[in-house]
Design a protein around this ligand. Structure first.
Ligand code: G1P
Ligand code: ZN
Length: 549
């Protein structure tokens, strides 16, 4: 017998900073404090009900996460709160699992009011790692800042929250039960996502590719994508068993950083070396929205990857046969996509960092494919970046073009030149010192124009402002860009997603047509110039980045 008593639990307003565009992201232990998670979740309900006038009894809400430590416990709490708040139907991914793109797909396919997603993306998990809660809205995308701000407003005046006194939900079995006035259904976390992939890609062509002996390796990094990759690659497409490595989601991601880049996917990169290496290597991050693409002994930069996908999608992927309405990249991302767009005769939008800007363009039908330098690629099939989608896109391109990964990318360079690109991260900086440094550079920007840097003239130096072409909203101070007369760019900005201290990101891009040099030598003059300009040693006590990607 289920005890269905709704408790009204007194609480005090939420302490801590305003959640950003990736939701609320904190150390796991912070989330485990009494009332912390509950306060945030109740504020979502209050916001939907009081500000937006939603009748929750008529709505579907979806819950799932990337399987990290505290995921299951948090889901039990949220289910009880949903039922206590009278949500009509609550859908929960089996085992508490839903990748970020799968959540987006499920919200859209099922017409849900939104979803509560538990993840801290590529940040490490575990009791001493990170945890996060994010609300995705009806379009399947992360809550826009305006909505996040309103939710935060509710956390500041919250006096109590509602919680159903009921036993734990059986999370590992598909099925449906009633809890108070709500129907709670445990759903297959793979079903909606797989259906969307089948609607975009030609699974027959991909099956034929694997039947012909095509060899790939997919690294799940012990994040949430393992089960999706096993189901789609090994199950639906017939890739041999063992194609997916590190495919079981673990609460601490096996002790690793589930971030698919050159620093954290070392084992995969090693496997991709040598003449017998697989033809395609790929990895996804903890929650499945980021991706890394490798050829045999060849790293595809995210900026080149999105350019290749956009260039070939209409010809190689049935879902894009009608052409692309436009493409978009975040400001720091390399300009390879701009050149492809020009060639294709479609608009290329340059947005601030963060996926929500792409979502607006997509909702307005202005963008089909987009990407970020931070290993995020996606399209308008969902409103999140989508790691496995990028892998299936590459497979489709290779199946049709029948060339090695490296040649597909080199063809791009031959057409339009090569954007050498690197990002240098300086992590764990003193917040005040980092803020002051950016401020003083910002003040000096006007006098930078016309000066010589790295053998070229500065043609433009500004702090990027973006006017959203859809709703006219203006986002200021989105990153400092210094553009040189040879087209090179130096960009820097402070991260908005770190959980400890400040992180400074420096981005370097240089376009070259003789593209056989190593990235380090081509970019060194820009790196030296940035060091000179920023005076990192004296300002923040560092002269070397923590991570280079
Ligand atoms: C980082 C990436 C950005 C991405 C975001 C969420 O944000 O740089 O491209 O959208 O994570 O995955 P940042 O920490 O730079 O603000
Ligand atoms: Zn992620």
């Amino acid at each position: 017998m289920v005890r269905e008593i709704v408790h009204r639990i007194a609480t005090t307003p939420f302490e801590g900073q305003r959640p950003g565009t990736s939701g609320l992201r904190k150390k796991t232990r912070v989330f485990m404090q009494p009332h912390y998670l509950e306060n945030f979740v109740q504020s979502i309900f209050n916001c939907l009900r009081e500000d937006d006038g939603a009748d929750l009894r008529k709505e579907i809400l979806i819950i799932g996460g990337d399987g990290r430590y505290f995921n299951r416990q948090a889901i039990q709490t949220i289910v009880r709160m949903c039922a206590a708040n009278g949500v009509g139907k609550i859908l929960v991914g089996r085992g508490g699992i839903l990748s970020t793109p799968a959540m987006s797909a499920a919200i859209r396919r099922r017409g849900a009011i939104g979803g509560i997603l538990l993840s801290a993306s590529h940040n490490p998990g575990g009791i001493d790692g990170d945890f996060g809660v994010k609300f995705n809205a009806r379009n399947g995308g992360p809550a826009p800042q305006k909505l996040t701000d309103r939710i935060y407003g509710h956390t500041q005046v919250l006096k109590d929250y509602l919680m159903l006194g009921s036993p734990d939900l059986e999370l590992d079995r598909i099925g449906s039960i009633r809890l108070a006035g709500s129907e709670v259904e445990v759903i297959d976390p793979l079903a909606d996502y797989t259906a969307v992939m089948e609607s975009l890609f030609d699974f027959d062509i991909l099956r034929a590719l694997f039947r012909s002996g095509f060899h790939m390796v997919f690294d799940g990094m012990h994040g949430v994508t393992g089960p999706y990759a096993r189901h789609i690659l090994e199950g639906c497409l017939g890739a041999p068993e063992g194609t997916v490595i590190r495919g079981v989601p673990l609460e601490d991601f096996g002790g690793h950083h589930p971030d698919p880049n050159l620093a954290h996917a070392a084992e995969l990169i090693e496997r991709m070396d040598g003449p017998d290496a697989p033809e395609l290597g790929a990895a996804c991050d903890g929650d499945g929205d980021r991706n890394l693409i490798l050829g045999r002994g060849f790293f595809v930069t995210p900026g080149d990857s999105v350019a290749v996908i956009a260039r070939h999608a209409p010809e190689c992927i049935p879902g894009y046969r009608g052409g692309l309405s436009g493409v978009a990249r975040s400001m720091p991302t390399s300009t390879a996509l701009d050149r492809v767009a020009r060639r294709m005769g479609i608009p290329c939008h340059e947005t601030p960092t963060g996926w929500k800007f792409f979502g607006n363009l997509m909702d307005a039908g202005k963008c089909t494919i987009c990407g970020e330098e931070s290993f995020g690629t996606g399209s308008d099939h969902v409103r999140e970046k989508d790691g496995l989608w990028a892998v299936l896109s590459w497979l489709s391109i290779l199946a049709v073009i029948k060339k090695p990964v490296s040649d597909v990318v080199k063809d791009l360079w031959l057409e339009d030149g090569r954007s050498y690109f690197q990002r240098h991260d300086y992590e764990g900086l003193d917040v005040t010192a980092a803020g002051n440094m950016i401020e003083s550079i910002r003040e000096g920007l006007p006098s930078l124009e016309g000066t010589e840097i790295a053998g070229s003239t500065v043609t433009m130096a500004d702090d990027f402002s973006y006017v959203d072409p859809v709703d006219g909203s203006v986002s200021r101070r989105q990153g400092i860009r210094i553009i040189l007369s040879d087209g090179s760019r130096i960009v820097f900005r402070l991260s908005g997603t770190g959980t400890e201290g400040a992180t400074l990101r420096l981005y370097f891009e240089r376009l070259r047509f003789d593209w056989d040099a190593g990235s380090d030598s081509v970019l060194q003059p820009l790196i030296d110039a940035a060091q000179n300009l920023l005076q990192l040693r004296s300002r923040v006590g560092r002269d070397r980045p923590t991570v280079i990607t």
